[in-house]
Design a protein around this ligand. Sequence first.
Ligand SMILES: NC(=O)c1ccc[n+]([C@@H]2O[C@H](COP(=O)([O-])OP(=O)(O)OC[C@H]3O[C@@H](n4cnc5c(N)ncnc54)[C@H](OP(=O)(O)O)[C@@H]3O)[C@@H](O)[C@H]2O)c1
Length: 294
Amino acid sequence: MAEARIIDGKAFADRLRARVAERAAKVKQQHGITPGLAAVLVGDDPASAVYVRNKEKAVAEAGMASFPHRLPATTSEAELLALVAKLNADPAIHGILVQLPLPKQINAERIVDAVDPAKDVDGFHPVNVGRLASGREGLVPCTPLGCMMLLEDTLGTLEGKDAVVVGRSNIVGKPMAALLLAANCTVTIAHSRTTDLPAVCRRADILVAAVGRAEMVRGDWIQPGATVIDVGINRVPGAEPGKTKLVGDVAFAEAKAVAGAITPVPGGVGPMTIACLLANTVTAACRQNGVAVP
Ligand SMILES: NC(=O)c1ccc[n+]([C@@H]2O[C@H](COP(=O)([O-])OP(=O)(O)OC[C@H]3O[C@@H](n4cnc5c(N)ncnc54)[C@H](OP(=O)(O)O)[C@@H]3O)[C@@H](O)[C@H]2O)c1
């Protein structure tokens, strides 16, 4: 059988970022609005610092306004809530992103709940979660939104497909399942208590792995010709001593011999997340100002 088509998320994300930059320029030119994103980082977790820096760089490259906020690890919940309230009230800021995880003295749910749903470009606020679940317009979490774009680009219509999502987190698995359902797939959500996970996965025309376990999904879990979206980002020891590398939740070499199409790690879903954050920020800016998204 032919090897799977490799879904080039990096190339798709580059095109999306260029389109978003064009949209941002039009909004600026036609309405005098510069879409603005405030990224809040509390503490000095190195991985979070890299994520936030990359997001801010992408915002600037798209010609949008970036409002960085760095707070010490000792920040209290009240202090962070006060900052969120200030950002909610600032008309130059259309998107607010509070990088998770937060230090343990801060209740993350209270912070997520405090962000104005109209500015919640991560799509984590319960109002946006409810809108997604009930098929209403809202802001959709970036990673699953990016996965849907890759799937639609690969398959065209998703209607009637059997989709299996492995993982039920609030940020990936659950919103992914809601989006697939909205696209008229027949959706199964699998998790750590699922019985006979390989057999459940083998039913899938579309298999989305969002688990956080390196190469857990094996080649013989995949239906021949299935489309596989690997959300996992796992750092594992590399070939050379002392070196590491990134792998997904799917055993890529085995899977690509069976699947019809598959996202690589890195270069698949990862770059889509930031591109979708930019897209959400432009969308939020337009909606807050009552203008059409160009
Ligand atoms: N590409 C990106 O931009 C991006 C964005 C976000 C996350 N990620 C990556 O995606 C992965 C998942 O992230 P997450 O935040 O959704 O993780 P998470 O919150 O830890 O959730 C993991 C999910 O996987 C399930 N699971 C764990 N072990 C399992 C097993 N042995 N069999 C079946 N299911 C199992 C868990 O089930 P239970 O609910 O039963 O515990 C849980 O629902 C991670 O590698 C993360 O780094 C990538």
